[in-house]
Design a protein. Sequence first.
Length: 254
Amino acid sequence: MKPSGAFLAVASASDVRLLDAATGALLDTLHAGSSEVKSLAFSPDGSWLAAGGHDGAVRLWDATTGEYLRRIDGASGPVCSVTPSPDAACIAACYANGSVRLWDAATGALQRTLHSPDSVAEAVVFSPDGRRLATRDASGFVRLWDATTGSQSRTLSVGTHAVKSVTFSPDGSWLAAVTRTGAVEVRTMPTLAAAAMTRVDDALGGATWSLRSQTMYVVGSAGLHSFAFAPQEDEAADAGPPAAHGRATSDVTG
């Protein structure tokens, strides 16, 4: 969804359809050639829309006029995910060969490449301040990277099952990892110290935080799960970042 909430972008084979968020009416159709669209992301300011394609290209459109801006090539294999930096100056693209490349959104120039020889990244996200990136893979690992240098700083193991979602809280204080088998782990940034762990009997997928960073919502096959986090009541005020407790409730959405 565009940050303003005015409309949605939906991938449909090699096209991107822009729909009115209130009525569902088709507003425009953007064409990505003959390549299947694998991932979509609006810039934080809502000025452009990026699409990652099966052909390895990242395409950008003006989100207001629908004008085609540029195509960014330079990596082999399909684009698994695209995500913009908080200042909209950079696009991080994750490729099926396991590499993550950071592109200048205005020029399409390659800024740096992130690659771990023992990991195949499936998705990448920026921290709210833009200083770090987190990648997830199918082997149960989450890796933190320095967005400026491209160096890997920390690795978190979340078990042996695929990590389906990794997301920073809006205030940047927590990093959450969600696995296919129902595990949810919340870690304190930047140390990745354990803050909360819980599990539900469901196959989990995408996750997002509330604006105040107190609740996380996770899509599961049985419905929408909400996880509420709060500081420990018996924790000293000067003891550093508060730990958190996870409480899960589930609503079946149909």
